[in-house]
Design a protein around this ligand. Structure first.
Ligand code: NAP
Length: 337
């Protein structure tokens, strides 16, 4: 057990990208646990685009992290001491553990028990078999509802949610087009993950690539990015298309997430009688027991391939988070501590 609890506290709200002034590293005593509490040693920390929204001024679906508070994040850890009948030493648990070595679990701050599956990295419970997979499932099946032969477009397609969402649409028999940055990510989509086509939005001719890849228009947009990419996709939506509005990452560093500028092709949503629905995965956590085994089944059958980028070292957290905005991750980004 390390003798101190390293913690990253929010020092100042970034006006743009997270930089070396945003967080302060402190070392505190490992928390003492009281009756009904358990001590959890965080092992894996989930890095998510929404983390950037949580440190902005504007309240989102959760209140902003306060200045001086530990950085909020999903984390997976191991119970190392327990005074609670709900937790036992050695158990793997998940919750909002934050950017710190140790966190206390209790009835008022519960953490969820995770199974240990031989051959499966626990980090997947933060990714394809966790929040990421749940997000992709809800957005694709509840809102996108692709039918065989329809055209589905997924943006940030080589990322955590996008890579799963696209593969789920393939399982339904749709024609799936992924939008991602760079030839390498596009090749991953088509050569390894089974996408029918990929659009490299960093190439000068990306709009033409999108047109070529969607000759029959677009029936489902799984929207992760917003901005110009969303605009181009909206302009190609078919009659009665569905848009699963999952995220708007292109605006998060401008603190414009909640009210990201509206698309220029907005009128096409009216003309084509489009159904657009925003969703937040937190509202669907109670369905994990039904959805995660389904995702695990597809993984076991080889129909769903989990992608992840693992960064080693607690101290890397404030640097690694920017990988999401630089496109330096493929699949789920986690930090192993
Ligand atoms: N609604 C929900 O409950 C929920 C839950 C989880 C995630 N989300 C949202 O889903 C989206 C994806 O999240 P994730 O966790 O799966 O992250 P991710 O896709 O693994 O990582 C972000 C990726 O977005 C791409 N990107 C970053 N900035 C961009 C820009 N300006 N233009 C185009 N692409 C950009 C990068 O890929 P490239 O290399 O391709 O640029 C990057 O790798 C985010 O918008 C996130 O907020 C929503």
């Amino acid at each position: 057990m390390s003798e101190v609890n390293r913690r990253f506290l929010l020092r100042e709200r970034p006006a743009g990208r997270i930089d070396d002034r945003t967080f302060e590293l402190v070392e505190e005593a490992v928390p003492e646990i009281g009756d009904g509490e358990a001590l959890v040693r965080n092992r894996w920390i989930s890095l998510d685009p929404t983390n950037r929204m949580w440190i902005g001024e504007t309240p989102t679906y959760l209140p902003p992290v306060a200045i001086g508070e530990v950085m909020r994040a999903g984390a997976l850890g191991e119970v190392v001491a327990s005074n609670s009948p709900d937790y036992h030493v050695g158990q793997l648990v998940q919750g909002l553990g934050g950017w710190q070595d140790y966190v206390t679990a209790s009835a008022s701050a519960p953490m969820m028990a995770m199974p240990e599956i031989p051959g499966v990295s626990p980090s997947l419970f933060l990714g394809t078999l966790g929040m990421t997979g749940l997000t992709a499932y809800v957005g694709m099946f509840d809102i996108g509802r692709p039918k065989a032969g329809e055209t589905v477009v997924v943006s940030a397609a080589a990322g955590a949610v996008g890579s799963v969402a696209g593969q789920l649409a393939k399982i339904e028999g749709a024609r799936v087009v992924g939008i991602a940055g760079g030839a390498k990510k596009c090749a991953l989509l088509t050569d390894e993950l089974g996408f029918d086509a990929a659009v490299d939005y960093k190439a000068p001719d990306w709009r033409e690539q999108l047109k070529q890849a969607t000759p029959d228009g677009i029936d489902v947009d799984f929207e992760n990015v917003g901005g110009e990419i969303m605009d181009a996709v909206f302009s190609r939506l078919n009659i009665r298309a569905r848009v699963a509005l999952c995220g708007l990452i292109s605006g998060y560093n401008d603190d414009a997430a909640a009210g990201a500028d509206g698309p220029r092709s907005f009128g096409n949503l009216l003309i084509q009688r489009v159904h657009l629905e925003g969703f937040i995965v937190l509202d669907h956590f109670q369905r994990a027991g039904e959805i995660v085994p389904q995702l695990a089944g597809w993984m076991a059958e080889g129909k769903l391939k989990a992608q992840e980028t693992v960064v080693d070292g607690f101290e890397q957290l404030p640097v690694a988070i920017n990988m999401l905005f630089d496109g330096a991750n493929t699949g789920k980004l986690v930090v192993k501590i």
